[in-house]
Design a protein around this ligand. Structure first.
Ligand SMILES: *[C@@H]1O[C@H](CO)[C@@H](O)[C@H](O)[C@H]1NC(C)=O
Ligand SMILES: *[C@@H]1O[C@H](CO)[C@@H](O)[C@H](O)[C@H]1NC(C)=O
Ligand SMILES: *[C@@H]1O[C@H](CO)[C@@H](O)[C@H](O)[C@H]1NC(C)=O
Ligand SMILES: *[C@@H]1O[C@H](CO)[C@@H](O)[C@H](O)[C@H]1NC(C)=O
Ligand SMILES: *[C@@H]1O[C@H](CO)[C@@H](O)[C@H](O)[C@H]1NC(C)=O
Length: 408
């Protein structure tokens, strides 16, 4: 009888083992093996749990149960032997003082991993207030690096979902050389006056989707840098912040092209900009940004709802030698509704010598309720195709004269 039972148990085990999803090995940082405890620093426990999980030949899951833990540093590196999940249910807290971190530019990093899932409903609390006050990057070109909350590099086929990033010292999430990866159900929060706390910055990545995210920070909610392709942003709410931006482009030498960006069904509230493409006026080498489509966007009290700015020069970091060498083409703004905080609701300032090409404005229905004149628009070095409803916005003024550089 006993033998029969154990034979059945063995059979059952084999059956379960063959369905990897139901049987991911769990590496709980609070287990006796790793010994993490709420209130204390879990850097070592988490590093050990990660390295064991990463070496597991079958799917694995690192779990940080609910509770608040301190975390001085974390660098989760692959490649791993099988799909790996990091499930953070609790809150991880960074040291408030950035000089206590091992890597000056990163608090929590994930690198070289295929099939990573970061999930769990927990919070990465960057405790950034001290760093925001010390950030002098607006006046010092060679300012010290400041740690981002979450840095994702060289990931493929991965998912970052159902987590909160709170009060990062610098950018909240920095995505670099990742392919085919989805970011969803995210909450990203920092005060509107916290400097450089961009929500998600993407660079040199292909096939990235951001969906169902609620982002409110002191800088861009989402920004998309050079060498980015097939990026889709849907169902995102943004505000406060500087809006959803492509760029800045053209700051560095040999930047690569940007292609295939879709931003759809997003709402921006009380942001400085709505949808924006920004390039530095003194780009050292030529590049292009093309196939950029904004559709079904709601603006609520947005200062610059639609903006192409090829004279972008924050903190006078550039040598003021226009024109920008970034060629912008195949851009559409479609079904964009709501309210503008300033009368200049559509501003398309393209570069002299390389006009923007094939720009479409379709069904733009914005209102301005203030007392600074009627709603208006401005175009420079661009002749957009205009269709559908355009309320007073068909390039009301067209400037070929040199325009001032913009700072924000
Ligand atoms: C991502 O895709 C690009 C282009 O398809 C490729 O060159 C690069 O090696 C890929 N990166 C990774 C991390 O797989
Ligand atoms: C991203 O979204 C696009 C369009 O909905 C879809 O074709 C693509 O497969 C998605 N990519 C990922 C990584 O889920
Ligand atoms: C648009 O996004 C909102 C969330 O911001 C979501 O609730 C809604 O279902 C989306 N609509 C469509 C048509 O996808
Ligand atoms: C509209 O936006 C402006 C500028 O960002 C801000 O000062 C003002 O408080 C906002 N109004 C409302 C009603 O939120
Ligand atoms: C722009 O779109 C046209 C057709 O719509 C296409 O032929 C052309 O290759 C596109 N240009 C770029 C740079 O993507």
């Amino acid at each position: 009888m006993a033998m029969k039972l154990s034979f059945l148990a063995m059979l059952l085990c084999l059956l379960l083992a063959s369905t990897p999803k139901a049987h991911a090995s769990v590496f709980d940082v609070t287990s006796a093996t790793y010994g993490a405890k709420p209130g204390s620093d879990v850097s070592t426990a988490l590093a050990k749990a990660w390295s064991d999980a990463c070496a597991s030949p079958s799917a694995s899951k690192v779990v940080v149960p609910s509770g608040t833990y301190k975390l001085k540093e974390a660098n989760f590196r692959g490649p791993c032997k099988a799909p790996i999940e990091m499930q953070v249910q609790g809150t991880l807290q960074a040291p408030a003082d950035a000089s206590q971190l091992t890597r000056p530019d990163t608090w929590v990093g994930f690198q070289y991993i295929d099939m990573l899932t970061l999930s769990g409903g927990g919070t990465f609390d960057g405790q950034g207030a001290l760093s925001w006050n010390q950030n002098d990057c607006h006046k010092n070109k060679n300012c010290k690096p400041i740690p981002v909350n979450l840095r994702f590099e060289f990931l493929t086929n991965s998912k970052v979902q159902d987590i909160t990033s709170l009060n990062s010292k610098f950018f909240h999430m920095h995505v670099f050389r990742c392919n085919h990866t989805t970011f969803q159900q995210l909450t990203i929060t920092a005060p509107d006056d916290s400097r450089n706390t961009d929500g998600i910055h993407i660079g040199a990545s292909t096939g990235i989707n951001i969906t169902h995210a609620k982002i409110g920070t002191g800088d861009d909610c989402i920004s998309i840098g050079d060498d980015s392709h097939e990026i889709t942003v849907t169902d995102v709410t943004c505000g406060p912040g500087h809006g959803i931006s492509i760029g800045s482009l053209g700051k560095y030498k040999d930047e690569k092209d940007v292609t295939g960006i879709i931003v759809k069904n997003c709402t921006l509230t009380n942001t400085d900009n709505g949808v924006r493409i920004k390039t530095f006026p003194d780009s050292p080498s030529p590049s292009t940004a093309s196939g950029i489509h904004y559709e079904d966007i709601i603006m609520v009290n947005v200062s610059n709802p639609i903006l192409v700015d090829q004279l972008y020069c924050p903190y006078t970091q550039c040598e003021q030698k226009p024109p920008s060498k970034v060629k912008i083409s195949n851009v559409s703004f479609k079904n964009i509704k709501g309210s503008s905080f300033t009368p200049l609701a559509v501003k398309l300032v393209c570069t002299t010598g390389i006009p923007c090409e094939n720009v479409e404005l379709t069904d733009i229905d914005l209102t301005y309720g203030g007392d600074k004149g009627p709603l208006t628009s401005m175009c420079s070095n661009v002749k957009p195709t205009i269709t559908g409803v355009i309320k007073g916005l068909g390039c009301a003024t067209s400037s070929l004269a040199p325009l001032p550089l913009s700072k924000k």
